[in-house]
Design a protein. Structure first.
Length: 143
């Protein structure tokens, strides 16, 4: 999938501040090295969220990689698709809006106060990511 590269990785590797697009796995939602949300609904490098205050989102990315190693990747992909629609529907209705969602929303408002986030805003996807991964691990479990 063609997506925007982590803006901090681009600067570290090339020295350039120009944005770059890369072919990346759809399973990489977080840049672990720089704690940035680079996944779903990031339409520009400026929309990459700093996750340094929400470490559970970063842990969820690591948990997802471990799930892909533990189980068959096609099995995890099927669970991802099955839970994706369910979790998106709940998240768009602000189901169980957690402190993490409020924190990420506040960071977006501070960064761009004139922009009102919509239902497909990156902060909403990032806020629900740990619960989405937990749901995937529940579906993938043998129990």
């Amino acid at each position: 999938m063609l997506r925007w590269a982590c803006r901090r990785c681009v600067v570290a590797r090339t020295g350039s501040t120009l944005p770059a697009q890369v072919w990346a796995s759809i399973h990489d939602e977080v840049c672990i090295r720089h704690n940035l949300w680079i996944g779903k609904n990031v339409l520009a490098p400026e929309q990459q969220l700093d996750l340094s205050r929400t470490l559970d989102v970063i842990r969820a990315q690591r948990h997802y990689w471990r799930l892909r190693q533990r189980y068959d990747p096609t099995h995890i992909d099927a669970c991802y698709v099955a839970t994706g629609k369910l979790w998106s529907g709940l998240a768009h209705r602000h189901y169980r809006l957690t402190h993490r969602a409020e924190l990420l929303h506040d960071l977006v408002v501070v960064k761009a106060p004139t922009v009102e986030p919509d239902k497909k805003a990156p902060w909403l996807e990032a806020a629900g990511y740990p619960e989405h991964i937990t749901l995937i691990s529940l579906f993938a479990s043998d129990h």
